[in-house]
Design a protein. Structure first.
Length: 153
């Protein structure tokens, strides 16, 4: 899907939720959509400042990213302290639980829908030690298809 289409969907989602889609927000999201790999807030600050004046501060980028996370347009990868655009940016359905598979060779990250049964089993398993899971965040490391194919040649 074209970047412009994705931005349009993002704008709609923001506006439906009563949030403004400012030029700064649009620009940050645009850079994250175009990125081949997860980016940190500092990467995004640098990208923004390369082509915009006045410059933006990292603190503002963090705030913008928090807004996008709240809107479910962006996800944070806590292990890497980096961000990726939600792969369901243009979808109409409710966002389900997700996990990420991250390639150790090329650094790409892909969002995978967590099946409800697995979430349920994890909750039951954690409850055996009296624990209640509130935030299930998973990042699994391995090789993406492209990199696995290369190593198999
Ligand atoms: Zn998502
Ligand atoms: Zn979807
Ligand atoms: Zn890879």
């Amino acid at each position: 899907m074209l970047v412009d289409n994705l931005l349009q969907h993002a704008q709609q989602k923001c506006q439906q939720a009563g949030g403004r889609f400012t030029d700064k927000r649009r620009n940050i999201l645009d850079n994250l959509i175009k990125a081949k790999q997860p980016l940190s807030a500092y990467d995004l600050t640098e990208l923004y400042n390369q082509s915009n004046a006045p410059k933006i501060q990292p603190m503002s980028v963090y705030r913008i990213l928090d807004f996008f996370i709240e809107m479910e347009l962006v996800h944070k990868l806590p292990t890497l302290n980096k961000y990726v655009v939600c792969s369901h940016l243009a979808c109409k359905h409710n966002h389900q639980d997700q996990y990420f598979v991250i390639c150790k060779a090329c650094g790409s990250a892909q969002e995978v829908t967590m099946n409800a049964q697995l979430t349920q089993e994890l909750s039951e398993s954690a409850s055996t030690v009296g624990f209640q899971i509130t935030d299930a965040q998973f990042e699994l490391f391995g090789l993406c298809k492209g990199c696995a194919d290369k190593t198999n040649i």
